[in-house]
Design a protein around this ligand. Structure first.
Ligand SMILES: CC(C)(COP(=O)(O)OP(=O)(O)OC[C@H]1O[C@@H](n2cnc3c(N)ncnc32)[C@H](O)[C@@H]1OP(=O)(O)O)[C@@H](O)C(=O)NCCC(=O)NCCS
Length: 166
């Protein structure tokens, strides 16, 4: 494993991440939410247009994850106004899971949060996303709340909130 995590700075790379996001979301949310909701959420949150808006206007930063030079995952983070750091996205292609890459990704997130002077990292995760919930617990995140978010068109996100104190 030779994992490399770099900040996404240019549009062509953000486009590659958007393509990867569509592939991963269509696989990992099967059985958790409906195909209609997957399509809606990919368009709303992971289309190139949506991601450009997040980066340019909402203070998000995307990081590309490569293994042996091949793009296979991505992270999105956002520093909050207070002392928290929001881990918005943590996605790895299915064939790369179970190899310890997630821990490397999360360590990078913690480092980015420390560099930004933050005291904790928080995230939302679908209550039925069992693997991700198990991974976050194993890494040391604690369940701190839950939230149901109306995302429009009749869809909601039914999430836990997990927090890691740095
Ligand atoms: C979430 C994700 C990035 C985690 O990556 P991963 O490769 O599956 O994670 P790993 O297998 O490396 O597991 C990380 C740690 O959790 C542990 N773990 C994994 N599954 C576990 C389980 N079911 N029960 C207990 N521990 C578990 C691993 O043993 C590992 O611990 P270690 O580092 O001490 O050995 C990956 O599963 C993914 O991309 N899933 C689809 C997208 C997704 O759901 N993203 C999160 C949205 S909020």
């Amino acid at each position: 494993m030779s994992v490399d995590i770099t900040k996404v700075k240019y549009l062509p790379e953000l486009r590659s991440v958007a393509e990867l996001a569509e592939e991963i979301w269509n696989e990992c949310f099967q059985g958790i939410i409906s195909q209609e909701q997957i399509d809606y959420m990919v368009e709303k949150f992971q289309s190139l247009e949506a991601m450009c808006d997040q980066v340019e206007k909402q203070n998000y930063q995307y990081l590309a994850v490569r293994d042996g030079g091949e793009l296979c995952g991505y992270i999105a983070v956002k520093p909050e106004e207070d002392d928290r750091f929001f881990l918005s996205k943590l996605y790895l292609r299915a064939d790369k899971r179970g190899q310890g890459i997630a821990r490397t990704m999360l360590e990078r997130v913690f480092q980015e949060a420390r560099n930004a002077g933050k005291k904790s990292v928080y995230l939302t995760v679908n209550k039925h996303n069992d693997r991700a919930v198990a991974v976050y617990k194993k890494i040391g995140f604690e369940l701190t709340d839950s939230v149901v978010t109306d995302i429009g068109s009749g869809f909601v996100m039914d999430d836990y909130i997990f927090t890691y104190v740095l």
